[in-house]
Structure formats: C-alpha cells, structure tokens
Design a protein around this ligand. Structure first.
Ligand SMILES: Nc1nc2c(ncn2[C@@H]2O[C@H](COP(=O)(O)OP(=O)(O)OP(=O)(O)O)[C@@H](O)[C@H]2O)c(=O)[nH]1
Ligand SMILES: [Mg+2]
Length: 199
C-alpha cells in the first residue's frame, strides 16, 4: 500500500460534522499520551496530526483523509484521531463529556471498519483498560491492538508483552510499533488496508 496524500479535514465533537465523508474509517483510540497521534503521523509518513509531551493534546476527534494506492487502484480512507482517556488531571465532568462525545460519534457511525487500540508496551492491564475492553465489545466493533513505544523496552520484555496479549486477544490482532524508529509501520499499514478491503 502506498500513501498518495494525507490531509487534515476537520475536528468534530460528534458524528454530524463527519457525515458527508463517504469513506471507510479507522479510529485510533487509547489512553492519553500513549502515542496515537504519533502513530498516525508515522503510518502516513507525514506530520499531519498534532503531538505533544503534555497529555491531553487531542481534545476533539480529528479527521484525516488519506488517498492510497494498492494494486494500481486509488482509494480513500479516513483516519480519526481520538482524544485520550485516563488522563488524571481532567475533572469528572470533562470525562463524562468526553465519553459522551466518543460514544455519540461511534454509535452513529456506519463507516467505521475497525478501532486501533493503541497501547503503551510498558503498561499492564488495569481497571481503566478493562473498562475499555468491555466498552469496545459493547460497540460491536472489531479492534486491533497496536502496542507502541517498543523502542523504550528491551526485546525480551517486548516479546513477553506481545505473547501475553496474543494469548488474550488472538494472534492476528496484535501488532508491535514504534513511532520513533518506524518499527512495525509497514505491517500495520498493510493490516489496515486488508481490514478496509475485506470488511
Ligand atoms: N520513544 C517513543 N516516544 C513516543 C512514541 N510514540 C509517541 N511518543 C511520544 O509520546 C508523547 C505523546 O505522543 P502523542 O502522539 O501526542 O500521544 P497521544 O496519544 O496522541 O496523546 P493525547 O492526544 O494527549 O491523547 C510525545 O512526546 C511523543 O513524542 C514511540 O513510539 N516511542
Ligand atoms: Mg493525540
């Protein structure tokens, strides 16, 4: 799969602003500061998404339109970059607003082909993550787990994490990634193309 071009389209707080984009969509979800926006930039090999070392960089759902080529055919796809959750400094009210926004967007959206759950290799599943798993299953959407920041751990720890998640979620949905050095970029982008073409 070759990326022809990618562009930021808009930031939305609900599904209404998105409706006229008639392309399949892939959503990037995960905890605050985990590296969702960096992953999008690495996948697209262009800095389209805003990243920051301060958690909470992404406040709205940011929508990107990508044109790609595969098998001599050119097609469009949407990537949506979600605000992160589990950021301790936001108030309960803000959190509920966030949840409402995400759920409203996802529940009405028939274009979504998959959720990419971006996960920091250094973490272990806690209560927030368990809630995410439960929440994903309630949406009825399929997910891919993209374990990122793998440049921050040694090979043994990385392999152990991968094995653990593969045992829990299935081998075909767990991917290793690093936005720093690009590890796993080609595999993940090919997987995304396969998901879009086959669902
Ligand atoms: N070493 C390393 N750093 C990373 C990687 N991915 C992201 N980062 C860093 O982690 C920080 C957060 O990255 P973002 O991409 O902004 O994270 P996000 O998930 O979009 O964050 P929010 O929008 O706040 O939810 C930045 O300082 C990135 O440079 C990675 O694979 N390796
Ligand atoms: Mg972000």
């Amino acid at each position: 799969m070759k990326i022809i071009n990618s562009q930021y389209i808009k930031s939305v707080a609900g599904f209404e602003g998105r409706t006229q984009l008639e392309y399949p969509e892939i959503c990037f979800i995960g905890r605050s500061n985990v590296g969702k926006s960096s992953m999008i930039n690495k996948l697209l090999m262009q800095k389209v998404a805003r990243t920051s070392s301060t958690p909470g960089a992404t406040r709205l759902i940011n929508i990107y339109q990508i044109q790609y080529e595969f098998d001599k055919e050119r097609k469009f796809i949407i990537f949506s970059d979600f605000p992160g959750f589990g950021y301790a400094k936001v108030s309960k009210k803000t959190y509920q607003g966030w949840q409402g926004m995400i759920e409203g967007y996802i529940n009405k959206n028939r274009y979504i082909k998959r959720l990419i759950w971006v996960y920091d290799v250094r973490r272990n599943i806690d209560e927030i993550d368990s809630n995410v798993i439960e929440w994903i299953s309630r949406t009825g959407l399929d997910f891919t787990m993209a374990i990122t920041k793998i440049d921050k751990v040694n090979k043994n720890d990385m392999s152990a994490k991968k094995k653990l998640f593969e045992n829990n979620f299935g081998e075909d949905r767990v991917f290793l990634f690093s936005s720093k050095d690009g590890y796993g970029r080609d595999k993940l982008i090919d997987h995304i193309r396969g998901v879009v073409d086959n669902t």
